[in-house]
Design a protein around this ligand. Structure first.
Ligand SMILES: [Zn+2]
Length: 99
C-alpha cells in the first residue's frame, strides 16, 4: 500500500518488478556490492496518476558511473519535441469520449 504523491489518496499496486538495480549502475567486480531497490508501479484512483512508490536518492541514482545525458540523445530530443502535439491530440480525443 502506498500514498499518492499528488493527492495523498491510497494508491493501488499495478505491478511489482521486485528488487531492481539502478540504471547504469555497472559494477567493476561481481564481488562488489550492488544497490537494489523495490520497483513497483502504483495507480491513484483519485487523480489517475501512475507513479513509483519509492524514489532512489539522486546521489545514488546519478552516481559517477551514470553516463546517460538526455540532452545528447537526438532520438529523445526529437521525441520530446513531438510530445506536446501528441498529448494534445490524445487529451482532445479523451474529451470527446467523455461527453
Ligand atoms: Zn492521487
Amino acid at each position: 500500500m502506498s500514498e499518492c504523491k499528488i493527492c495523498n489518496a491510497e494508491t493501488k499496486l499495478i505491478m511489482s518488478f521486485g528488487k531492481m538495480p539502478i540504471a547504469n549502475g555497472f559494477i567493476s567486480n561481481v564481488t562488489d556490492d550492488e544497490f537494489f531497490y523495490d520497483l513497483a508501479v502504483y495507480f491513484c484512483p483519485s487523480c489517475f496518476m501512475v507513479q513509483l512508490d519509492k524514489t532512489v536518492e539522486p546521489e545514488i541514482m546519478f552516481n559517477k558511473n551514470y553516463h546517460f545525458i538526455s540532452s545528447t540523445s537526438n532520438a529523445m530530443a526529437n521525441t520530446l519535441k513531438k510530445l506536446p502535439k501528441r498529448l494534445w491530440k490524445l487529451l482532445h480525443l479523451k474529451n470527446h469520449l467523455l461527453l
